[in-house]
Design a protein around this ligand. Structure first.
Ligand code: AHR
Length: 322
């Protein structure tokens, strides 16, 4: 009888062991699924960010679902709703604007799906609605651009500003940082400011209007500050078409540090670009893995950026990754 009991116990222990192994094996092999809601492809920077997220997901064998919102916040909200319905393990969100995210982030939280914000922040009253934010310090970028320009213009000059997308964190913050820097130089003024929506066509169109207005009133534009490189490249085109020399007749300063900006600096048409690193894939998936393993995450990780101008562009252009 005792022998029979021992035999039954051994069989039960063995099958329990096999079941556990099978479960662990299946879990170890099961890839995680992550939904990525991207704004669109308005700039070279944005394309580089998407590529960084895609390639990092492939490297880590993550099942990635990418949704391109075609510049519409409502599409991003729909995409997040779909990710929740599909029960993804985590969501990476690059939010177009700061406001309007509360209700959908509440749904993600209720479904216990962590949301990792990349590149831009959101305005929510409850910070627990997202797990973490990985982004550059946009105010510092604007300040760096302003300080550089003040030095270049010897603290005197009329500046036109081409802003990013209305309502977006980098548009608010880059404007704020730049204005903060200029406050120290009373002879430097922003004479006009308008949104070019972070794309090249927008930058060109706004600059054409600024040039036309300046011509009409016999004013001189000393410099243009564009919130990103794509708009600066559009502005450069408008300046050339107006028969002026970008880089010398009008000083051009922008933000991002994309390849096209380096080429324009080497060609003498763009004067300065403050880097904003879009290669956020590795940090984003580190954050996903950390949160899914139950470890704590900092609420914010600031990406370090540098400033490049014509004096350094030639030396580093070959090493640029985006
Ligand atoms: O949020 C980052 C900004 O968005 C980049 O400067 C710009 O190029 C992009 O579209």
């Amino acid at each position: 009888m005792r022998r029979e009991i021992l035999a039954i116990a051994a069989v039960l222990a063995g099958s329990l062991f096999l079941t556990l192994c099978r479960c662990q094996g299946a879990d170890a092999k099961k890839p995680i699924t992550v939904g990525f809601s991207q704004i669109g492809a308005e700039s070279a920077w944005r394309t580089a960010e998407t590529e960084s997220i895609r390639s990092e997901a492939a490297k880590r064998a993550v099942n990635l679902k990418v949704s391109d919102a075609q510049q519409k916040q409502e599409n991003q909200i729909k995409a997040i709703g779909a990710f929740i319905a599909q029960r993804v393990d985590a969501i990476i969100l690059a939010p177009k604007v700061e406001d309007g995210w509360g209700p959908i982030l509440k749904q993600a939280k209720a479904a216990k799906i962590p949301v990792i914000l990349v590149d831009r922040g959101v305005n929510v009253s409850d910070e627990s609605l997202y797990a973490t934010l990985i982004a550059s310090d946009f105010v510092a970028e604007g300040r760096m651009a302003g300080e550089w320009l003040a030095k270049r213009l010897s603290a005197r000059g009329d500046v036109v500003e081409i802003q990013g997308t209305t309502g977006a964190a980098p548009a608010f913050d880059r404007k704020r940082g730049f204005e903060e820097a200029l406050r120290k130089y009373p002879d430097m003024k922003i004479i006009k400011s308008q949104s070019g929506d972070f794309n090249r066509a927008g930058g060109k169109q706004v600059m054409e209007a600024f040039l036309k207005a300046a011509q009409g009133s016999n004013a001189k534009i000393d410099a243009v500050y564009a919130h990103n490189d794509d708009m600066a490249l559009g502005a450069i085109q408008a300046i050339e078409e107006a028969g002026l020399k970008p880089g010398s007749d009008i000083v051009v300063v922008s933000i991002d540090g994309v390849k096209g900006a380096f080429e324009a600096m080497v060609a003498g048409k763009l004067n300065c670009s403050v880097e904003c690193n879009p290669l956020l894939g590795p940090a984003a998936f580190d954050a996903v893995e950390t949160i899914l393993s139950g470890r704590p995450l900092p609420k914010k990780t600031i990406v370090k950026d540098r400033l490049f101008d014509q004096s350094t562009a030639k030396d580093v252009i070959a090493t640029r990754q985006y």
